[in-house]
Design a binder for this molecule. Structure first.
Ligand code: ATP
Ligand code: MG
Length: 403
């Protein structure tokens, strides 16, 4: 029960629970509350409460609205964030609160509609009656300042009567949607410094998956600046994953040199990518990962034809997830801009794929040929050496450190 003397403004979080039942639903809500607490942990502490179907975040002062909005907009699982005022569950209190909310939202008057929702079925008025009583009260108190617009209302004054209190609000902010990070298992994402793979990582997180990155670097052919770029991407992505994102940096130079020396140039990319997937799978396994995510999209480059993917994918048994598979480049770029990775991705440093790029990569490689070429390479030894030289970093929004 809400007591008087508490602040009158709160944030009410709506989440998508469609299709979730019983145990799954509780796990979802518990993880979401934990992620919300983590997202706002640098702000003055407060008790985040989970009520039936909603999560309530108390507001300590009006100045907190914008920092809270910023942080909560990066928590997956939230559908909408509603700045609400609450009232005790008596009609006169609800009416007064509704008038105050409307006057704050539309100080100069205007059109509106009241919509009500009675989650507490013991409340004596049904939803349309609540709306009518609230609307009538507003007209009585304000004359012709406000008018009702029932068909296409621009402003909806919402009243929710729940078990513990009534909440009134006008307008809400969109959430990131998806599932809370931590509810979807673990995976690795192959993270280059490009535009696509950070978006793939973000889409994995959006479905609740906790991801760690595997990045292949070819020092000294790739510069420290290239690694810095990947770390900056990782820091950005960590904001969507409870402030933590691990990056395994694999020293890939010796493998590339060995391929370059032993295999026909046109198969260079195919074989290099077979090595990448083998390593990504090993790193996933040693970190309890169950899948590999990549930023591939069919047809984008030579290594992303179906024929290439078939030959490359053959080396791993783990599911390979390609969340961008049907996206056009413009769609990927738009999403990268929205999540804040685009400006980092377009910095001009070279990637290990471009260092040994053949003039005419094979667009339709054949599995038997790739396998025959690899027969001349000490595959296991090369993999082991690369893993032994792998360094793991932890990226947080503030910076990175070696683990
Ligand atoms: P991106 O924008 O993600 O770099 P891309 O269009 O440049 O993608 P490719 O270079 O063919 O495509 O790479 C396809 C995918 O392989 C990438 O999305 C990424 O998942 C993975 N990848 C490529 N290079 C690296 C790397 N150096 N380290 C880790 N993963 C890589
Ligand atoms: Mg790339």
């Amino acid at each position: 029960m809400i007591k008087t003397g508490q602040p009158q403004q709160l944030l009410m979080i709506k989440y998508g629970e469609l299709g979730l039942k019983g145990k799954n639903k509780n796990l979802f809500i518990r993880q979401l509350v934990q992620n919300i607490e983590q997202a706002i942990s640098d702000l003055p502490s407060r008790k985040v409460r989970s009520t039936r179907g909603r999560i309530i975040v108390p507001l300590l002062s009006a100045d907190e609205l914008s920092p809270l909005r910023e942080r909560l907009s990066r928590v997956f699982g939230i559908y909408a964030i509603c700045p609400v005022q609450f009232a005790t569950k008596e009609l006169p209190q609800i009416q007064k609160t509704a008038l105050r909310v409307l006057e704050q939202a539309l100080p100069a008057g205007g059109e509106f509609k009241v919509e009500s929702r009675r989650a507490d079925k013991s409340f004596p008025l049904i939803s349309p009656e609540i709306s009518r009583e609230v609307g009538n009260y507003i007209f009585e108190q304000t004359g012709d300042k406000y008018t009702a617009q029932m068909n296409h209302p621009k402003n909806i004054l919402q009243v929710e009567v729940r078990d513990e209190a009534a909440y009134v609000y006008c307008g809400s902010w969109p959430g990131a949607k998806g599932m809370p990070v931590g509810t979807g298992g673990r995976a690795v994402v192959m993270l280059s410094g490009g535009i696509d793979s950070p978006v793939a990582a973000w889409l994995a997180m959006k479905r609740g998956v906790t991801v760690q990155a595997v990045h292949f670097e070819s020092f000294p052919f790739t510069s420290e600046r290239a690694q810095e770029k990947v770390m900056d991407l990782a820091r950005k992505l960590s904001c969507w994953q409870n402030g933590e994102f691990k990056v395994h940096c694999v020293h890939f130079t010796e493998i590339q040199k060995a391929i370059h020396a032993a295999c026909p140039e046109e198969y260079g990319i195919t074989i290099m990518r077979r090595f990448m997937f083998r390593l990504a799978e090993k790193i996933a396994r040693s970190n309890a990962g169950l899948a590999i995510y990549t930023g591939e999209s069919v047809g984008q480059v030579a290594s992303q034809t179906l024929e290439s993917m078939y030959v490359i994918n053959e080396v791993c048994r783990m599911p390979v997830m390609r969340p961008l598979v049907g996206f056009d480049k413009e769609e990927i770029m738009a999403r990268a801009k929205q999540i804040g990775t685009y400006d980092i991705s377009i910095r001009p440093y070279e990637d290990c794929c471009t260092v040994f790029l053949p003039a005419h990569p094979k667009i339709r490689p054949r599995l038997a040929e790739a396998q025959a070429m690899e027969a001349g390479l000490p595959v296991d030894e090369l993999l082991e050496q690369a893993l032994a030289a792998t360094k793991t970093w932890l990226a947080t929004p503030e910076g990175v450190s070696v683990l």
